[in-house]
Design a protein around this ligand. Structure first.
Ligand code: NDP
Length: 446
């Protein structure tokens, strides 16, 4: 459709040198063609033009002092993309690869993901090119405090509620929260992923990984009549999402045989021992290669891309964007893989997704499949507002309900618009329609 092509051209022109953002927008706009046909009033109101332009982009200097007394300078970002259905919400990524294009792609995806959860949350993302790896706790603390010193003036429990992402876990959220509280002199739910004794929610740590498995379980059951029971599963990454996806796969009867980090991957045909991984990654903060020291039956391979050559029934990419390409997808298909669920954001390239869809592989796109993290963050916000805490079982049950509903909504939207079992299109459409309707109702706000 000409109008959507024009929108895409404008995005490329306005955001030069940001291929990840272009990729994310292109995928969504391609799915929305029949929606634009059905809603000429949305086209006329410029919804498509407006939704690809962030409401606000904040870029700031983050100076801090390292343990040797040297001044370091990083760049901080918060991109507040869309607040049509609720306060901005989205994580903070701390990784040397962070630049505007990464934060924009993540913020854009977050709009639709948050909408899919059914909870009132707008879309945003933030981060910095700071690398927490190899830094002392004191250095991480000084960075987080400096980052929050600026960010505090742009966020608030009813304005924008950041959370964790790559490189931002419980430790970093703690340091940022401490600084926010000091600056504002108020104890509010301004961040999610907090510690349990100071406003955090049970299940938030496990939520993205668990939610991914709940979503995939429902999708596999519904589309193929299959489940995790008795399957061999390969998971990339060994961070928050990967670890708790692995835990849930085991609970559901599958065997996880591989995990990775940015240096390489481990293969343990007898099943990965998660207690060892948790100790290495969460406590000692070391490399995944350490695993073979404790389990000599496992093998370590340098370089992370080869992980997709391991024969498996189900693949769950849970590390980072564009980590699984068309060639890797073809290998997975040849090896009999029947389901792929995106735990990370946009881990599969467009070529890989095409291979999965052509081969009838059940494919859970990130927006839908990894929405459990932000959904539980939404539940954390509700508990903070009520000054009340639900039990683990209560939050877990709500998370499961939300994931099953996301599958149903994405699946129904795909079918309604002639996309069959294509959950990529279904998730884009279901997420978009709710936000578009809200933007339309609210008029063209200046
Ligand atoms: P963590 O920082 O806890 O873990 C990230 C993992 O991915 C690590 O094993 C890391 O290895 C690996 N990794 C990171 N960058 C690269 C890279 N460039 N190449 C190869 N491996 C890499 O992050 P999370 O588990 O929280 O996040 C993982 C993904 O899930 C991200 O895409 C994130 O946006 C997404 N996500 C996270 C949510 C959450 O609740 N945490 C919610 C929804 C999505 P290394 O240690 O070597 O860097």
């Amino acid at each position: 459709m000409k109008i959507l092509q024009n929108v895409m051209e404008q995005v490329i022109k306005r955001n030069p040198g940001e291929p990840e953002f272009h990729q994310a927008v292109k995928e969504v706009l391609e799915s929305l063609e029949p929606v634009a046909d059905k809603h000429p009033e949305w086209v006329k109101a410029g919804i498509f033009d407006r939704i690809v332009e962030p409401e606000r982009q904040i870029i700031f200097r983050v100076p801090w002092v390292d343990d040797n007394g040297r001044v370091q300078v990083n760049r901080g970002f918060r991109i507040q993309f869309n607040s049509a259905i609720g306060p901005y919400k989205g994580g903070i990524r701390l990784h040397p690869s962070v630049y505007a294009g990464i934060i924009k792609f993540l913020g854009f995806e977050q709009i639709f993901k948050n909408s899919l959860t059914g909870l009132p949350m707008g879309g945003a993302k933030g981060g910095s090119d700071f690398d927490p790896k190899g830094k002392s706790d004191a250095e991480v603390m000084r960075f987080c405090q400096s980052f929050m010193f600026e960010l505090a003036r742009h966020i608030g429990p009813d304005t924008d509620v950041p959370a964790g992402d790559i490189g931002t876990g419980g430790r970093e959220i703690g340091y940022m929260y401490g600084m926010y509280k000091k600056l504002r002199n108020e104890f509010t739910g301004v961040l999610t992923g907090k510690g349990l004794s100071w406003g955090g929610s049970l299940v938030r740590t496990e939520a993205t990984g668990y939610g991914l498995c709940y979503f995939m379980d429902e999708a596999m059951k519904s589309i193929k009549g299959k489940s995790f029971e008795g399957t061999t599963v390969v998971i990339s990454g060994s961070g928050n999402v990967a670890i708790y996806a692995a835990a849930k796969v085991s609970q559901l009867g599958g065997t996880v045989v591989a995990l990775s980090d940015s240096n390489g991957y481990i293969y343990d045909p007898t099943g990965i021992k998660l207690d060892t991984v948790k100790r290495i990654k969460e406590v000692e903060r070391k490399r995944i290669s350490e695993y073979v020291k404790y389990h000599p039956e496992a093998a370590y391979t340098e370089g992370c891309a080869g992980i997709w050559n391991i024969k498996c029934d189900i693949a769950l990419p849970c590390a980072t964007q564009n980590e699984l390409d068309g060639t890797a997808a073809a290998t997975l298909a040849e090896n009999g893989c029947f389901a792929v669920g995106e735990g990370a954001n946009m881990p599969c390239t467009p070529e890989a997704i095409e291979v999965f869809l052509k081969n009838g592989i059940v494919f859970g796109p990130a927006k839908a499949a990894n929405a459990g993290g932000v959904a539980t963050s939404g539940l954390e916000m509700s508990q903070n507002s009520m000054r009340y805490s639900w039990t683990f079982e209560e939050v877990d049950a709500k998370l499961k309900d939300i994931m099953v509903n996301i599958f149903k909504n994405a699946s129904e939207a795909a079918k309604a618009y002639g996309y069959g079992d294509n959950l990529v299109a279904g998730a884009n459409i279901a997420g978009f329609e709710k936000v578009a309707a809200a933007m339309y109702a609210q008029g063209i706000a200046y």
